[in-house]
Design a binder for this molecule. Structure first.
Ligand SMILES: *Cc1c(COP(=O)(O)O)cnc(C)c1O
Length: 460
């Protein structure tokens, strides 16, 4: 993709000024933002974003991990337009509607076994909040009043609302809020043992499972649930764990009467090569959180799925006091639900999972050939179409760059100048293209990433 210099556009200048004057961007050091010309996206097509000046960029992170079938898909556009002529929004509090009903049925059908009930909300964080509150209320109603704690993996990320922050942890993101966060039990996933203690894959896995068993068993009287991002911890910097670890967590939690919540917000909808990551471990959680890819990346929608036994524990007359008093105004929005239904249709008509069967190994091959050998690439981690490329000043001793060098961010800028949008997590360059990415685009994604890493790391 060649980015020809376009003539300056006065309207664009106005937009940029107004952005700088009035917008506060998420997860963004605003002082740095104000130093740069903002990239204003005007349109998108397929796997490409198009800015106000008509320049095209490959969307290397699926518009923050949510786009599935490409942008501006006529099928989804038409479904939303059709629904718009019926009704844009109507509530699920006391009423219901066809798109929400049909989607719930489809989600229950494609999910791991036993997940039969769908509770809607509108973001990954809210799907997690609902799961946490369901777990808490479930045990309170069961008379096990001591079960009020949660367990999660070290460096987990589950969203930015307070409950979700309580089970996630990133010092950088969360340290200001620590005083009000619950005391969550932390399990150490295999990869940390491997890096910190120099263990082999097998040793680290065995040790992680033994530790989890001991910790969960010791605390089971107080534990309501363990929450986990199955197979790949995304925001932690793309850290994978083997399916065997997830299976062990399922076995231990079942045995110890602790609920298991799979946060599939990032991994769901084909991202790891199967519809849901937990399916690769052959497990079924008690609660599953979905968002990001659920609408194909079109509109905000989320769902918390659960089993009959959990759902049935909430049944009873109002005076029994078992109602789940929780919900959001735009929960199960019909436009979002039809986008989600059409996205599921596209999984079938595009044969998305079959496409992944060839595109995932192709990406792996390219990463091995072009990225892994680079002098300042310490590690390449891939799980389906989720990739983390870890940069290091000294790869042999795994010595990081000083944070203020902002190497990851610089790679992002170099890539953008070459027509590809990537957004790093610290010094981990993330590649997370739409599942619909084509072979030629994959070649471009990897070669631009390579050039951007070289331009950044060899220029010092
Ligand atoms: C992105 C993410 C969330 C939060 O989703 P939002 O829609 O941004 O609230 C939660 N869990 C995981 C695993 C995520 O990757």
């Amino acid at each position: 993709m060649q980015n020809k210099a376009a003539p300056p556009d006065p309207a664009h200048d106005e937009l940029a000024k107004a952005d700088h004057a009035h917008l506060w961007h998420p997860f963004t050091p605003m002082s740095l933002w104000l130093e740069q010309e903002p990239l204003v996206i005007a349109r998108a097509e397929g796997q490409e974003l198009i800015d106000e000046n008509g320049r095209r960029y490959l969307d290397g992170v699926s518009s923050l991990w949510c786009n599935v079938h490409g942008h501006n898909r006529p099928e989804i556009n038409e479904a939303i337009t059709r629904q718009l002529k019926h009704v844009a929004h109507t509530t699920l509090l006391g009423l219901t509607h066809r798109p929400a009903i049909e989607l719930a049925k489809r989600l229950a059908h494609i999910s791991p076994p036993k997940l039969t009930r769908v509770f809607y909300s509108d973001a990954g964080a809210t799907a997690v909040e609902a799961a946490l509150k369901m777990a808490l209320q479930y045990w309170q109603m069961a008379g096990l009043k001591g079960k009020t704690r949660f367990g999660s993996l070290a460096d987990a990320y589950h969203g930015d609302t307070l409950g979700a922050v309580g089970v996630g942890y990133s010092h950088l993101f969360h340290h200001f809020f620590e005083a009000v966060l619950p005391d969550t039990l932390r399990l150490t996933p295999p990869h940390l043992l491997r890096w910190r203690n120099g263990m082999t894959h097998t040793e680290a896995l065995e040790r992680a499972i033994t530790d989890a068993d001991r910790i969960i068993t010791g605390e089971s009287k107080h534990l309501a649930a363990i929450i986990v991002e199955p197979l790949m911890q995304g925001a932690a910097g793309m850290w994978p764990h083997p399916p065997a670890y997830l299976r062990a967590l399922r076995d231990i939690t079942t045995r110890e009467n602790v609920l298991l919540i799979c946060d599939e917000v990032a991994t769901g909808f084909g991202r790891t090569g199967t519809m849901f990551a937990s399916q690769q471990a052959g497990i079924s959680p008690d609660l599953m959180c979905l968002a990001k890819g659920i609408t194909g990346g079109y509109l905000p929608l989320a769902a918390t799925l659960t089993t009959d036994p959990i759902y049935e524990a909430f049944l009873g007359m109002p005076q029994d006091g078992k109602t789940f008093f929780h919900g959001h105004t735009y929960t199960g929005n019909p436009l979002a639900c039809v986008a989600a239904l059409t996205s599921l249709d596209l999984f079938e008509s595009d044969q998305t999972l079959k496409h992944l069967d060839s595109i995932i190994p192709s990406l792996q091959q390219k990463l091995e050939a072009k990225i892994a050998p680079l002098n300042h690439v310490a590690d390449v981690r891939q799980q389906g179409l989720m990739v983390g490329i870890e940069l290091a000043a000294d790869t042999k001793n795994r010595k990081a760059y000083p944070a203020h060098d902002r190497m990851g961010a610089k790679v992002g800028i170099e890539a953008r100048n070459r027509g590809v949008i990537v957004r790093p997590l610290g010094d981990v360059v993330v590649l997370m293209p739409p599942l619909s990415i084509q072979e030629n685009e994959l070649i471009e994604l990897v070669s631009v990433t390579r050039d951007a890493i070289l331009a950044t790391t060899e220029a010092r």
